[in-house]
Design a protein around this ligand. Structure first.
Ligand code: GLN
Ligand code: ZN
Length: 767
């Protein structure tokens, strides 16, 4: 009948790897434990890839990605592809490539793994390539070629996806034996021939197009870095024997890198048009578009869980049609960052479920948009109407519009987010109230999460024990934790957080407006998957969330017990957030709910309350331009949560996983009375940074690295304290571990805390 006249196609850059029932996780962990053979693992993986491609095609994606699959991490795969294997792993990789690969990922008894860090501002973690001046690259295209061959043999249109050379180098760090000022990007000329070889291999294997991902170019880049990008794509573009090149970026606008890539001799660009990256539209027009080239338009948000506004996306696509030789439709980034299938969430209220789009639903949206673009909106009328109705129901829902919550956030004043007294006066009141020694000792909150605790929770969920029995077990644990802390001689105690499965999920389950999923797993790193809660509606607190446990712990001791809450920014950072209102508004709602909790803790006799914000640094916008605004609302939300208390109630906060340099000013803006920070590995670096900033309040740079099974002796901790004292005066220095103890064992915890108290006593005696 009607034949389409345009060449618009549909694609995505990557897909969830784990399979519908986390089969990959089970197979990989089974392999580690010796229950699954290497061949079985390979077979399972090939089956999952096949099933994923078939699913994509069934849902309407016509050009499937290959090579995005990974046993552990695609950046690690890239290190292997270019031969960037650190010296300490070479023997293992030579002996057995698969075991060597996992050794790089996880380490062995004798060798440390590669470092792991966050993939841009997502909650996915990649393994950081280690490079030095004598790194010798060599091409190993087997994985890429093999996976392409698999897809082609199924008769699919397939496009290999690789981490691009510039991003690979920009994400790398100098190897331990490299000079500290070594800049990995200086290896570009050595790396490009290796990429050329891989591209030639892929071409020979039948690739028409290859995608090179360059998300590092959406960050602020120096002219030298932009020049490197220009050189890289000039050289790769000039190769004789190569597939067509599609250079992809996502997570933000390309900015200054856009003219560089637009001019490069490559056949296509893939750009993100969602969120802050929507600015790409005007930027693209400003550079005159991509005449004669392929533009892959990422109009479906690939990293959040909400349905697309299809009419708006169609309008964007129509504008883009005039700006490129050909426009294809895609999700904005790999679908790795979202769960697989919203249709599996049968327990979510159907009224809400219709607002959700996971990987499968996003594929379908991409397909609908391509059809609407190619054949005109008339071809998808029914689908557009259903989409419009779903969006309207979201806007009109009592879940997303709770008048009481809205009235409350609208009434927030400047004073609500300020403690009534300046720090100096509060500190005096708190000293009188708490009567702590100099160098007071405390912990960050959690104590070991033992198998008994986990099985108690599993028993409760399975109905094997009732709520009363479960609470009895938690109380017993709290008694043990409090008794231990008293005996060890800690000054400010905690209840140990035994009732918490996770510091965000625990609160999400107790706040209205939050939604839990049953199958919403996303990869955090390797075989670790998380199910982030979904901030779906206006947030309020139907009942106190923590008071029972903190009050119980306080009833057992005369020493102060610190209440323990997760801060508003972290509650947002580790959840899927609303996209229908500014993040600042959602943060404010969460902050007000927490403010009520802080007030209830205070009323129940708690004189110290800690509000954790470990994620403050990691949600910092990728580009400097957005940072001031973010930090303004983020710190305001913290203050709103914590400013309703009396002057003699001491507010603590805690942060970890970060280089704090960028956020020292923001830490000051929190106006917390005490902050504890990760510092043991960096020899108290953050103490010097705080001092350099003139930080006026109390701080506890960590003296125990909780990520390591090694227990520091009392003298080592004392030495760190003396280093801390060189930056922070004795009447403002606290003594604590780097972070919570939930991943440690009891024997380690006991020894480490006893040593920490001993160190504090030694150094106090020297004052
Ligand atoms: N209070 C939390 C704990 O101790 C803090 C965890 C964190 O900072 N990630 O577990
Ligand atoms: Zn921490």
């Amino acid at each position: 009948m009607t034949s389409t006249t345009t060449t618009t196609t549909t694609t995505v850059y990557g897909y969830p790897r784990q399979g519908p029932d986390r089969e990959l996780k089970k197979a990989v962990e089974g392999y580690w434990q010796g229950r699954v053979t290497a061949d079985q693992l390979r077979l399972t993986a090939a089956g999952l890839r096949r099933a994923a491609w078939r699913q994509l095609v069934g849902d309407g994606v016509r050009e499937v990605p290959t090579g995005d699959f990974s046993y552990y991490d695609h950046v690690l795969d890239t290190s292997v592809m270019v031969g960037a294997v650190p010296a300490r792993h070479r023997a293992a990789v030579a002996a057995d490539p698969l075991d060597g690969y996992f050794a790089m990922a996880r380490g062995t008894r004798d060798v440390a793994p590669l470092e792991m860090t966050k993939w841009f501002d997502t909650n996915y973690h990649y393994l950081v390539p280690e490079l030095g001046p004598d790194t010798v690259f060599s091409a190993d295209s087997r994985k890429q070629v093999g996976e392409l061959a698999e897809a082609l043999s199924l008769g699919l249109t397939a496009r290999p996806v690789l981490v691009g050379p510039v991003t690979f180098l920009l994400l790398a760090k100098p190897a331990a034996d490299a000079p500290t000022d070594f800049v990995p990007l200086t290896l570009l000329d050595r790396l490009l021939p290796v990429y050329a070889e891989v591209l030639a291999d892929l071409r020979a294997a039948g690739a028409e197009w290859v995608q090179l991902d360059e998300p590092a170019l959406v960050q602020d880049r120096t002219p030298a870095e932009l020049n490197a990008a220009a050189r890289a794509y000039r050289d790769l573009g000039a190769l004789a024997d190569r597939p067509k090149l599609l250079v992809a970026s996502y997570f933000d606008r390309l900015g200054e890198a856009l003219p560089v890539l637009a001019k490069a001799p490559v056949e296509g660009l893939a750009l993100d048009f969602t969120g802050p990256a929507a600015a790409n539209l005007a930027d693209l027009a400003a550079v005159g578009g991509l005449p004669g080239k392929r533009l892959v338009a990422g109009v479906v948000d690939g990293r959040n869980v909400w349905i697309n506004d299809l009419e708006r996306s169609l309008a964007t696509l129509a504008t883009l049609l005039g700006l490129a030789g050909r426009v294809d439709v895609a999700a904005s980034c790999s679908l790795l960052h979202v769960p697989l299938d919203a249709a599996a969430e049968r327990e979510v209220d159907p009224q809400v479920a219709r607002w959700l789009a996971f990987a499968r639903q996003k594929s379908e949206e991409v397909a609908t948009l391509a059809r609407g673009l190619a054949e005109g909106p008339g071809a998808v009328t029914a689908r557009l109407a259903a989409n419009r109705a779903a969006l309207a129901s979201r806007t009109a829902s009592a879940l997303t519009r709770d008048p009481a919550v809205r009235a409350r956030t609208a009434a927030v004043t400047e004073e609500d987010a300020r403690r009534a007294q300046p720090y100096i006066e509060r500190a005096a009141a708190q000293r009188a109230q708490l009567r702590l020694p100099l160098l007071p000792t405390t912990t960050i909150g959690s104590f070991p999460q033992t198998t008994e605790l986990r099985s108690a929770r599993a028993d409760l969920r399975a109905g094997r024990i009732d709520a009363a029995a479960y609470e009895g077990r938690i109380e017993a644990e709290v008694r043990e934790v409090v008794a231990f802390q008293e005996k060890a001689g800690l000054d400010v105690l905690v209840h140990g957080e035994p009732e918490r499965n996770d510091m965000v999920q625990y609160f999400a389950e107790r706040l209205d407006g939050y939604l839990a999923t049953r199958h919403g797993w996303v990869q955090s790193y390797g075989t670790r998957y998380v199910r982030p809660p979904v901030l779906a509606g206006d947030v309020s607190r139907p009942a106190p969330m923590t008071v029972r446990w903190t009050a119980y712990a306080q009833s057992l001791t005369s020493r102060p017990v610190k209440g323990m809450l997760t801060g508003p920014v972290t509650m947002l950072a580790w959840s899927f957030v609303r996209d229908d209102q500014p993040l600042a508004e959602t943060a404010r709602q969460v902050a007000l709910a927490l403010r009520d909790e802080v007030g209830d803790l205070e009323a129940a006799g708690t004189s110290v309350v800690q509000v954790d914000e470990p994620a403050l640094r990691e949600t910092l916008p990728l580009r400097a331009a957005g940072r001031a605004e973010y930090l303004a609302w983020a710190t305001e939300a913290f203050r709103l949560a914590t400013s309703g208390v009396r002057p003699d109630t001491q507010i603590h906060t805690h942060m970890c996983y970060a280089e704090f340099g960028d956020v020292i000013g923001a830490i000051d803006e929190l106006d917390a009375d005490v902050i504890s920070l990760e510092a043991a590995r960096s020899h108290m670096q953050v103490a010097r940074e705080l001092a350099g900033h003139g930080y006026p309040r109390e701080a506890g740079p960590g003296v125990y690295d909780i990520h390591s099974p090694r227990v520091p002796g009392p003298e080592e901790a004392a030495e760190l304290l003396r280093t801390g004292l060189a930056a922070i005066p004795a009447d403002r220095l606290w003594v604590n571990p780097d972070c919570g103890l939930k991943t440690r064992t009891w024997p380690e915890t006991r020894a480490a805390l006893e040593n920490l108290v001993a160190a504090a006593r030694t150094v106090r005696a020297e004052l």
